[in-house]
Design a binder for this molecule. Structure first.
Ligand SMILES: [Zn+2]
Length: 222
């Protein structure tokens, strides 16, 4: 396990690291510091989940953004069948779009550092951005593990890390980047799609086309 692997694992679930990750933390000072920060963020997220929010649309968005997934096995199977079709379509994806490719490069080379450098998460800002962009972050998307802003492709992106039933998904919400049509890329063992939103665009980066298709469908469900 290298430092990047450790940081990913720590962001997904800092309280349940495997023995390999724990061994790495034992011998790496930088990752020990990173894990301490991740645990602190985990505590902040828990606190945010306990904080009551006012009624209304914004409240619902915040709650949806933070709620843990309640996925039953039956739902997961039904969703899986629907997504198998989507994954088949996804296999037709070919050309690497530069922006989608930049999303993959971000996840592979910059994400861990972006998380380490970011200011504390502000879920209210995320809720506003999500609403303004006309996308949704429904609870069944998965458990939101990280929220922050970072530079991406010369613009500011709202960086969201989600632990989904199909593995980790990185979302980069870019309100100031309009997009004419959906584009995709595949590199370094990752898949990415950039999709137009009502305002701006969203880059979705995950390890499989199926995971991308699932996230994309749910983002548009609002
Ligand atoms: Zn390390």
């Amino acid at each position: 396990m290298n430092c990047l692997d450790l940081r990913r694992a720590a962001m997904l679930d800092p309280r349940r690291l495997d023995t390999e990750a724990l061994a790495h933390v034992e011998r790496c000072d930088a990752c020990r510091d990173f894990l301490a920060q991740a645990l602190e963020l985990e505590a902040q997220i828990e606190h945010a989940l306990r904080t009551p929010v006012p009624h209304g649309l914004e409240a619902r968005v915040v709650r949806n953004a933070l709620e843990s997934p309640r996925f039953t096995r039956r739902h997961a199977l039904a969703a899986g069948l629907a997504l198998a079709t989507a994954a088949g379509v996804a296999l037709l994806w070919k050309r690497n779009d530069p922006l989608a490719l930049a999303g993959i490069d971000f996840v592979v080379f910059e994400e861990a550092q972006a998380i380490a450098d970011a200011k504390p998460a502000d879920v209210k800002v995320l809720a506003r951005v999500v609403r303004e962009m006309g996308v949704s972050l429904p609870a069944q998307l998965g458990e939101i593990r990280y929220v922050g802003t970072c530079p991406f492709d010369g613009l500011t992106a709202h960086h969201v890390l989600v632990k989904t039933p199909l593995g980790k998904v990185t979302l980069l919400l870019i309100p100031s980047r309009p997009l004419a049509s959906r584009a995709v890329a595949s590199a370094h063992g990752f898949e990415a799609a950039v999709v137009p939103a009502a305002v701006g665009s969203v880059a979705i980066i995950a390890s499989t086309p199926r995971s991308i298709a699932r996230a994309e469908t749910l983002l548009k469900s609002g």
